[in-house]
Write a protein that binds this ligand. Structure first.
Ligand code: TRP
Ligand code: ZN
Length: 888
């Protein structure tokens, strides 16, 4: 499979040729070592002779000295598993070129030259899904971050921008459609059943934004007329059988284009926008200029096969990739340490878009839930890193929740402090000032300072310091005000023992529990280690509502009375604060119970308070059901681990799971009548009713609660919901409940689901996930059996994730006290690493959390990490994650 396992030596130097590649540790790359590339590449011409097993690539680079860099005659072109068939300089076979490890180095005496390199690659053997690979008979590419160097030798770094002209040629029957970045400038038929197409992208771009696709595809097409009257052709390309599921993607694209014009003043800049769906893909999607490549999961949706959440995810990812056209493509990153420049900003942009499309309150709560489930644990563990990291070995490991989601939160704080209008002035200045450049996070911050009139000197710490700040709140009555003292600490993280205070913007209000008065909101910014703010009272019994809207990505530590939390959960005017109070009430109770801090009376009191708050939520006639569903959702077990593992206390996954299930049962008993009548109402709401979405959400939550309190009743409810479902949301929700129960309906409905959808890979993924995520006691046996299922394969990342990511996220199975869940995931990492290292490495963080877990499990997790680290020939990806997990 590897084309070049040993470095070639054109000069025939036997010493060089025989030098065995040393199995040394992959080097650490440092942010502070950045230097500009000594050459510019104004033009790049690529010619592809396409074949699934053999693809020939001829790359012609026009290079010239970079006046802004130190002069050198050496031109170093990155390669990865590549061998050059020919190297020409200014049209003549090159006399001296050498391989230095994977890179090709030529010496260029003059100021500008033309360098031509021929390579041959085998896409069918490329299981890493980086570079050019085959998927379902088609050919496609993934070049971010460093995949282009698997196609041809090139300065594969984001600060080298080039204008690309591409010619593709291949068998017409196999590849009737030939796509690349930019515009199709010419096409025609060749000899022996081949055809060809030429593409030109007028916008200079880094190599990571290059893309090509060749295959048997059909398009759902549309047009969009931009604010300046440019008519853009839109195509969503899929395999013929998937065409009926593409309308939502096309509509989402049109909405995104319109929204970005209205909200950020950004207009699309080509006449064509292509999206291609591929079923083998490492991530969600990729923003290649004019030719986005998407995981099918984020393109295909219809009501029979996709849930409401799937529809939202398609809309959000289409928007994300579209928004990259400005935040990423027109302005790209100088180096990969600046990744959050494009990703943090683009996530914020897609979040704001989805808030406008789907409703602000619920979307904000969902985004906070994701942050807490994925980013908080990362920030508290061995893999913690600042949103702008200082070092890496393998950049793919830094496409993290920290860079993406915390990055978005950091920019959202700037927006909160500036206000919407001034923030827009800041982003306008940024787009204007850096258009066409490869920029840095520092450039972005400065543009926001200048454009929005903010002073962000201390705020820059959010880019440098890792770790989730904790803000301790205490309060006392002070005359006619409430004196609130805020004290912040930023916990130590690997490589960062001491931290400075961060500016923390908090929207606050003081309500009154006695009169029910709702206080006016204001924004305060905590900048010191400790500060006191005096806030106006709205009545005699003040209740502080803080971090409303989750204005800062911090942990608030406050000791509110239970009655205060119940009051806030029932009455706060800020929807997020209301959700938060409910979460806090439950977290406090469950952490205390799981830690053994509660006696029988304490337990009962906690459950009563939660029951009261839940009753208010279940019966609140003014609440819409989508929001009701959010308020009824108990904190995830991952979030509870975080809350339990503070200070010297360790998380006990078993205790948390048991307590959480018991609480669910208690809610089911106490609120049986209220839940039944809510269920009776929502079950009658039809699919197309505008209230249908909320109704579906609440329906499955109630069935889930009854699964804990009255499993027999829940089994009947869920089976009926499954049988009567006219959409995937109800069907999947019902099957999820059944999967956790000991009932004949479980196997029956699972089989019915499989029979109905076995030809649809995305739904079969759901079928695997439902079983791997289930609350069933035999989940581990189920997962092992599913790994033997004929539909299971290690070579498709969606399928691997559908089974094993789901299992790694199922505390009951993964944290089995005998360590068998850890062993299972470690075996997956070892088996997957040689096939697809990027995807393999993504399983490591689950094991990496060992330090914060009680000692028996911690020892077992660590032993599995050590076993992986001893394996020979580990990829850079997995090596780095395992090493950091053991050191941190
Ligand atoms: N830039 C892509 C996005 O956020 C992410 C991405 C897609 C990616 N494929 C990848 C990152 C492969 C690393 C490797 O939209
Ligand atoms: Zn992105």
């Amino acid at each position: 499979m590897d084309i070049a396992t040993t470095p070639t030596n054109p000069e025939g130097n036997p010493e060089l040729a025989d030098a065995a590649p040393s199995p040394a540790e992959p080097p650490v790359i440092l942010r502070k070592d950045y230097t500009p590339f000594p050459w510019r590449v104004p033009q790049t011409k690529l010619a592809f002779g396409l074949g699934v097993e053999t693809t020939k690539v001829v790359a012609t680079l026009n290079v010239e000295r970079n006046p802004d860099a130190e002069a050198t005659q050496e031109l170093r072109l990155n390669g990865d598993s590549l061998k050059a068939d020919a190297v020409l300089i200014d049209g003549e076979p090159a006399a001296d070129w050498t391989m230095d490890g994977p890179d090709l180095v030529v010496t260029l005496p003059g100021k500008s030259h033309e360098v031509t390199i021929e390579t041959t690659i085998d896409p069918s053997a490329n299981t890493t899904l980086m570079g050019l690979y085959a998927s379902n008979g088609m050919l496609c590419t993934q070049c971010e971050a460093e995949g282009f160097r698997r196609i041809t030798f090139f300065p594969d770094r984001p600060d080298v921008l080039s204008t690309y002209t591409v010619r593709m040629e291949g068998p017409k029957d196999q590849f009737p459609i030939l796509l690349c970045n930019g515009n199709n400038t010419a096409s025609g038929d060749g000899e022996n059943g081949t055809h060809w197409a030429e593409w030109h992208d007028p916008w200079p771009k880094p190599s990571y934004l290059f893309a090509l696709v060749a295959g048997d595809l059909v398009a759902n097409s549309g047009t969009f007329t931009t604010m300046n009257g440019r008519v853009v052709e839109l195509n969503v390309w899929v395999r013929a059988e998937d065409l009926p599921r593409t309308d939502h993607a096309v509509e989402s694209l049109k909405k995104s284009m319109k929204w970005d014009e209205e909200t950020f003043g950004r207009e699309y800049d080509l006449d064509l926008y292509n999206i291609v769906a591929v079923s083998d893909f490492n991530m969600g999607a990729m923003e290649n200029k004019g030719l986005n490549v998407f995981n099918t999961k984020y393109v295909l949706a219809d009501t029979d096969t996709a849930t409401d959440a799937d529809f939202d995810a398609v809309e959000g990812v289409i928007a994300h990739e579209y928004f990259h056209n400005w935040s990423g493509n027109r302005i790209t990153c100088r180096d990969w340490f600046q990744l959050s420049l494009k990703e943090g900003f683009t996530v914020l942009r897609d979040q704001l878009f989805s808030q406008d499309m789907q409703g602000e309150a619920v979307k904000r709560i969902e985004d906070v839930r994701i942050l807490r489930a994925a980013q908080f644990p990362e920030d508290a563990g061995p893999l913690a890193h600042p949103i702008r990291p200082d070092s890496y070995r393998e950049i793919s490991n830094f496409y993290t929740a920290t860079v993406y989601n915390k990055g978005a939160e950091v920019i959202r704080m700037m927006r909160t402090m500036a206000g919407e209008e001034k923030f827009r002035a800041g982003t306008d200045l940024y787009f204007d000032r850096h258009d066409g450049e490869a920029a840095t996070c520092e450039d972005f911050i400065t543009a926001i300072e200048d454009g929005a009139g903010l002073e962000l000197a201390q705020f820059r710490r959010w880019y440098r310091q890792a770790g989730t700040p904790r803000v301790e709140v205490s309060q006392e009555l002070a005359g006619d005000g409430l004196a609130v003292t805020l004290k912040q600490t930023v916990p130590p993280t690997p490589g960062q023992d001491v931290k400075g205070a961060m500016p923390i913007p908090l929207r606050v209000a003081v309500h009154c529990r006695e009169t029910g008065a709702i206080g006016a909101e204001q924004l305060i910014v905590l900048t010191g280690d400790e500060e006191r703010f005096t806030l106006p009272l709205s009545g005699p019994v003040p209740v502080l509502s803080i971090n409303r809207g989750f204005t800062a990505p911090v942990v608030i530590e406050r000791d509110l009375e239970r009655d205060d939390l119940v009051f806030l959960a029932a009455s706060d005017d800020d929807p997020f604060a209301r959700y938060e109070a409910m979460q806090e009430l439950v977290v406090k109770h469950l952490v205390a119970a799981a830690s053994g801090d509660l006696d029988e009376a304490g337990r009962a009191a906690g459950k009563t308070a939660i029951g009261d708050a839940m009753r208010a939520i279940v019966t609140d006639g003014d609440l819409d059901d989508s929001m009701r569903g959010e308020l009824m959702t108990l904190p995830s077990e991952t979030y509870l681990f975080e809350a339990m593992a503070t200070g010297n206390r360790k998380a006990d996954p078993g205790a948390i799971h048991n307590e959480r299930e018991q609480l669910k049962a208690a809610i089911g008993f106490t609120l049986k009548r209220e839940l039944e009548s809510l269920y009776a109402r929502v079950v009658d709401v039809s699919f197309d009713d505008p209230a249908g979405r909320g109704a579906r959400k609440v329906k499955s939550i109630i069935a889930g609660i009854f699964a804990a309190s009255d499993p027999e009743r829940a089994a009947i409810m869920a089976a009926r919901q499954f049988d009567e479902a006219d959409n995937m949301t109800d069907r999947q929700g019902a099957l999820m409940v059944l999967c956790g129960l000991e009932t004949p309906a479980r196997a029956e409905r699972l089989a019915a689901f499989y029979d109905r959808y076995q030809s649809n890979a995305l739904v079969v993924d759901k079928w695997f996930t439902l079983q791997a995520l289930s609350l069933h006691g035999d989940v581990q046996e189920h997962v092992k059996a599913l790994a033997e299922h004929p539909d299971f394969t290690m070579s498709n990342p969606n399928r691997v994730r559908s089974l094993y990511m789901a299992f790694a996220g199922n505390p009951q199975g993964f944290h089995a006290v005998d360590g068998s869940g850890y062993k299972l995931i470690a075996d997956v990492i070892l088996a997957l690493d040689p096939i697809n290292p990027q995807t393999a490495a993504r399983f490591v963080p689950a094991l990496g959390r060992w330090r914060r877990i009680e000692s028996v499990r911690a020892g077992l997790m660590k032993a599995e990490l050590e076993r992986i680290s001893r394996a020979e020939g580990l990829s850079r990806d997995t090596f780095e994650q395992v090493t950091r997990s053991l050191e941190g």
